[in-house]
Design a protein around this ligand. Structure first.
Ligand SMILES: Cc1cc2nc3c(=O)[nH]c(=O)nc-3n(C[C@H](O)[C@H](O)[C@H](O)COP(=O)(O)OP(=O)(O)OC[C@H]3O[C@@H](n4cnc5c(N)ncnc54)[C@H](O)[C@@H]3O)c2cc1C
Length: 397
């Protein structure tokens, strides 16, 4: 399904598609194994730089920041076309998607000069230091401590699940700078050079990956960070967890809708596989029912997403984001489990997606990976809490 926008927007789409046809990286590059979410091979740096130069990196931003002041509808078209082709804007998504908007919104002119432009031009890579062993969903409980001593902070503590930390140049790190106030009010954000003495990064191997290692534990022991690396105001770090991402988040539902659609297409392609009784699955009414039910889910996801987007364009708040995150990530998971079960033992070997997908893997491996979609950015349980309290108006538990 593809919605048609106005003539001006469709002209914009045609311009983008024409540009991608000439400039998009070759499939062979896109499908090369990656090492982590902060590893930037030369081709990926070149690709992000060419997006920046052409104003296609963050279309809603002004030209000097890699955009073209695109309207919300044009930005949505951009996300649709990029996702349809499985072309990433950046191989350091946390740098471009989370840290760049934070630098733009909270950085001083000097900080923007030093870090924002190099981030947009893929000259530096980032990790995001939020979670700790005792602070995940309840991020405000974080304990990593930064004490101001003259013109620098001294940082001690530990982060965990820090994606790409072993390849990142810089970390946007949430630290406690005041212990005498309610927990949300004593948090600050520091930009930390990952080569600083006192940082120990320990990668955590993953069950489903061989060459790709993304998670890390990061230990800080008396790490010295210049005061000029404070992003935003002292003790006002909580604002950064709330603000910068709202715009982009409103459009990222496209990711879920397309992933579910792609997995559904793969499930439909199983129709000729033999079922338990030796006949093709298509002959089994339960298989057909399940495909139909997932088709309904996929369409509902898409339509709910467009409804949220349309509210967003009219300046209204859209609770759809939490619904889509929950519904999208869990529908994808159920779909991958269903396909794995229909295949039985062959699900261990049968690849789900064609060669276009960067992260290859069998149905079972993709199912195992899908758990990670239900955790970051607020777990499914947290989304349910948000929906209950803010959408349905139920009393807090
Ligand atoms: C793919 C991936 C990438 C990540 N990358 C990063 C990164 O780069 N940097 C970073 O800092 N972190 C990263 N994380 C960590 C992520 O932010 C945390 O895992 C997430 O916030 C959940 O925290 P937790 O793991 O401590 O679980 P917890 O918060 O301890 O939750 C454990 C369980 O309890 C449930 N729960 C918790 N609170 C409630 C509640 N109030 N009501 C009901 N149920 C509740 C949760 O839903 C979950 O099932 C990443 C995680 C994943 C999966």
């Amino acid at each position: 399904m593809r919605l048609r926008y106005g003539d001006a927007e469709e002209t914009y789409r045609a311009e983008l598609v024409g540009w991608l046809e000439v400039h998009a990286p070759a499939r062979a590059l896109l499908t090369r194994p990656k090492r982590s979410s902060a590893d930037l091979p030369d081709w990926a740096r070149d690709w992000q730089r060419s997006l920046f130069d052409a104003g296609w990196l963050i279309p809603g931003w002004p030209p000097e920041l890699g955009g073209r002041n695109a309207s919300p509808a044009e930005q949505m078209i951009y996300f649709e076309e990029m996702k349809r082709r499985e072309i990433p804007r950046s191989l350091n998504p946390q740098g471009l998607g989370i840290i760049a908007p934070s630098l733009r919104d909270y950085g001083t002119p000097e900080q923007q000069q030093r870090w924002l432009l190099p981030t947009l031009r893929a000259e530096i890579a980032w990790c995001l230091g939020m979670s700790e062993p005792g602070a995940g969903s309840d991020l405000a409980s974080l304990q990593t401590r930064a004490v101001l001593d003259g013109d620098h902070f001294v940082v001690n503590g530990q982060k965990v699940w820090t994606s790409g930390a072993h390849h990142a140049d810089w970390c946007m790190c949430f630290v406690r700078t005041n212990t005498d106030v309610p927990k949300h009010q004593g948090i600050s954000v520091l930009i930390i050079d990952m080569t600083s003495p006192g940082i120990d990064v320990r990668p955590i191997p993953e069950l489903t990956e061989r060459d790709y290692v993304d998670f890390n534990e990061v230990f800080f022991t008396d790490v010295v960070v210049p005061q000029a690396h404070l992003l935003g105001e002292l003790n006002h770090g909580w604002a950064l967890t709330q603000g910068s991402l709202a715009h982009e988040r409103a459009m990222l539902w496209v990711e879920y809708a397309y992933d579910v659609q792609r997995a559904l297409d793969a499930m439909i392609r199983l129709a000729d596989e033999p079922g338990a009784d030796g006949r093709p699955l298509r002959a089994d009414a339960r298989y057909r029912d399940e495909v139909a039910a997932f088709y309904v889910d996929a369409q509902a996801l898409l339509l709910m997403g467009y409804r949220g987007f349309s509210k967003f364009m009219r300046g209204r708040s859209a609770p759809e984001h939490s619904l889509l995150k929950l519904y999208g990530s869990e529908t994808l998971q159920r779909l991958l489990l269903a396909g794995s079960e229909w295949l039985g033992p062959t699900g261990v070997d049968t690849r789900i997606f064609g060669p276009a997908m960067w992260r290859q893997g069998s149905w079972i491996v993709q199912y195992l990976r899908s758990f990670s979609g239900t955790i970051p950015g607020g777990t499914s349980e947290i989304q349910r809490n948000i929906i209950a309290e803010r959408v349905l108006g139920l009393p807090r538990a």
